[in-house]
Design a protein around this ligand. Sequence first.
Ligand code: NAG
Length: 238
Amino acid sequence: MRVTIAVLLLLYKCLIFAPNAATEPVSSELSTKDDNFLQNNIKELTSALQIFTDLLQELGAAKKKLQATETRLNALETSQQKLMSRLANSEAQIEKVKMENKDKPKVAFSAALGSNGFFGPVNVDSTLVYKNVFMNVGNAYQQTTGIFTAPVRGAYYFSFFYHCSTSHKTWLYMYRNGKKEALAGQHSTQQGTPANGGNGLMLLLQKGDQVYIVLQKDSWIWDEENVTVFNGFLIDVM
Ligand SMILES: *[C@@H]1O[C@H](CO)[C@@H](O)[C@H](O)[C@H]1NC(C)=O
């Protein structure tokens, strides 16, 4: 490459010198002037060659840098594409979760007995109707019957608390579909001192399962200021 350029430059210089040489009178000996002229031209030519050689080197280095930059740019583009597709994936995931949550039923209730005093003693086992409803998201608890009906299969948490004098006994069962699941209560005592009790449990319910609190025969219970309550909520659909 360098050689080619050097040759081309030499040719170019020769062409420039040629007309001069032609107009000069032919002489058998080169004059000192001509010699100097030639020397100067060779110097010029050499330095021109040097400049071109340097330029070529710089060009080579620049080309390498450009190639390296191109490689990095390609890598960047690739990683950008990857990031874009990951972003799209994440967005799709978020949408999916949003949709799932939108469809997920929300169930939670809390109610106090609201008897404003004693209820009972009762002659027969009696389902307690907690009529003082604090909240009933999803309307799975029925205020007029005291029965909670699971709208979906899932894990639910229920709790019930009471306060009552012990002049009579107090036995409360949590039922699921006519079957006893949990007990809270106390025997009667001669002193008749007030007592508190309660229970709570998680149940895996099928859709339509019913949960309620039953006050046993000959039991009584008391409520004022929401001391006797029944609560429940859906933890997750299963
Ligand atoms: C009992 O609950 C009702 C709401 O259902 C509320 O208005 C009342 O203030 C509560 N009583 C007490 C003592 O917290």
